[in-house]
Design a binder for this molecule. Structure first.
Ligand SMILES: Cc1cc2nc3c(=O)[nH]c(=O)nc-3n(C[C@H](O)[C@H](O)[C@H](O)COP(=O)(O)O)c2cc1C
Ligand SMILES: CCCCC(=O)C(=O)O
Length: 364
């Protein structure tokens, strides 16, 4: 009899045995020495929960809102590119799982399924945006998303160039030829071929993505979009203040899962700094290294409105498609429910800064 999966790490262990090297290395790797990648998870272990007891936790609700839209839990799905390398149903399976569990899915610009084809059902969907050198191609992405019912644009601001991911260089990463970057098929930008002594992806980014990316692009995206605009990839109070000044609707504290600049801090370590700078004016979310219900609890205690999962979704997709993602979401949601119960919180608004302590760290 096969053993049941009991943690999100078990989904990863399955994928390690099951995925081909090109896809596995692309999904799991971080930039350079992968120090930030490791830190993202380890930093959660340095935060401790201060539980309150004797508070009747017979009924606990995980429900919340993001940008005014209701979701069943503060655990959402981060944009990850090229999901059909993990499972033939790729992004469509993820979208269906997100809808079944009433949570938000962010679709990558670099999905292997078209924006319109993922816009099934009534689930909350945001589009993650990369700014192409070709401004019209970028504008079309925004328009296609809003025409298809996506309710926000998450502009990724940490990728003017691709981080240096050594395994992808060694493998000369390429998108398998039967797949495409589906949103760009009619524009001749849909293939990521192998490059000489380089990751095909890094070569693609260098040729297509606009490295002049700056705050004026945020204004441009806001001027095109009729839906809220967030910035994804903020790690400092300084940039958080600029983001508020720029009039964005939300911030995703993210270091791109440790895949861009190595040795930047873990996201949980900078969350409080960002939240203080924002001072409640807009919503702040976090991604990076979230693997357990207690991690989610800690992020909420330190100021996040919700968290987003990247790699665990890919591992779960690879394990069992749509049902795998549902199983994974159920697992971490139940972990969060139990953590809240044992810490004496019956709703997400009950989770406050006083529910965590970071030993040996002076409070900000
Ligand atoms: C394989 C992979 C592909 C990704 N693709 C994108 C992408 O297309 N756009 C984007 O903004 N972030 C992308 N990310 C970053 C995620 O949105 C997210 O920031 C990160 O994965 C969170 O960390 P976690 O994987 O530890 O949960 C990608 C991450 C991975 C692992
Ligand atoms: C421009 C990078 C696209 C995919 C991505 O974000 C990643 O591989 O991390």
């Amino acid at each position: 009899m096969t053993k049941p999966l009991v943690s999100l790490d078990d989904f990863e262990q399955h994928a390690l045995r099951n995925l081909d090297r090109n896809a596995l290395d692309y999904y799991r790797s971080g930039a350079q020495d992968m120090i930030t990648l490791r830190e993202n998870q380890r930093a959660f272990d340095r935060v401790f929960i201060r539980p309150r007891v004797l508070r009747d936790v017979s009924t606990v609700s995980l429900s919340t809102t993001i940008l005014g839209q209701h979701i069943a839990s503060p655990i959402c799905i981060a944009p990850t590119a090229m999901q059909r390398m993990a499972h033939p149903d790729g992004e469509l399976a993820t979208a269906r799982a997100a809808e079944r569990r009433s949570t938000c899915m962010v679709l990558s610009s670099w999905s292997t399924t078209r924006i319109e084809d993922v816009a099934v059902g009534s689930g909350v969907k945001w589009l993650q945006l990369y700014v192409y050198k070709d401004r019209e191609a970028t504008r079309r992405l925004i328009e296609r998303a809003q025409d298809s019912g996506y309710t926000a644009i998450a502009l990724t601001v940490d990728t003017p160039f691709l981080g240096r991911r050594l395994p992808d260089i060694r493998n000369r990463f390429r998108l398998p030829p039967h797949l495409t970057m589906a949103n760009f098929v009619d524009q001749g930008k849909a293939q990521v071929g192998a490059a000489d002594n380089a990751s095909g992806l890094a070569a693609y980014v260098a040729s297509q993505i606009d490295p002049t990316l700056n705050w004026s692009h945020v204004q441009w995206v806001k001027s095109v979009a009729r839906i809220p605009v967030l910035v994804k990839g903020i790690l400092t109070a300084e940039d958080a203040r600029l983001a508020v000044d720029a009039g964005v609707d939300g911030i995703i504290v993210s270091n791109h899962g440790g895949r861009q600049l190595d040795t930047v801090p873990a996201t949980i370590d900078v969350l409080e700094e960002v939240c203080r700078a924002v001072d409640g004016r807009i919503e702040v979310y976090l991604d990076g290294g979230v693997r357990r219900g207690t991690d989610v609890f800690k992020a909420l205690a330190l100021g996040a409105r919700a968290v987003f999962l990247g790699r665990p979704v890919l591992w779960a997709l690879n394990y069992n498609g749509e049902d795998g993602v549902v199983e994974m979401l159920d697992m971490i949601n139940e972990e969060l429910r139990l953590a809240m119960s044992l810490a004496g919180c019956i709703s997400v608004t009950d989770i406050t800064r006083s529910h965590v302590t970071i030993p040996n760290q002076p409070r900000l």
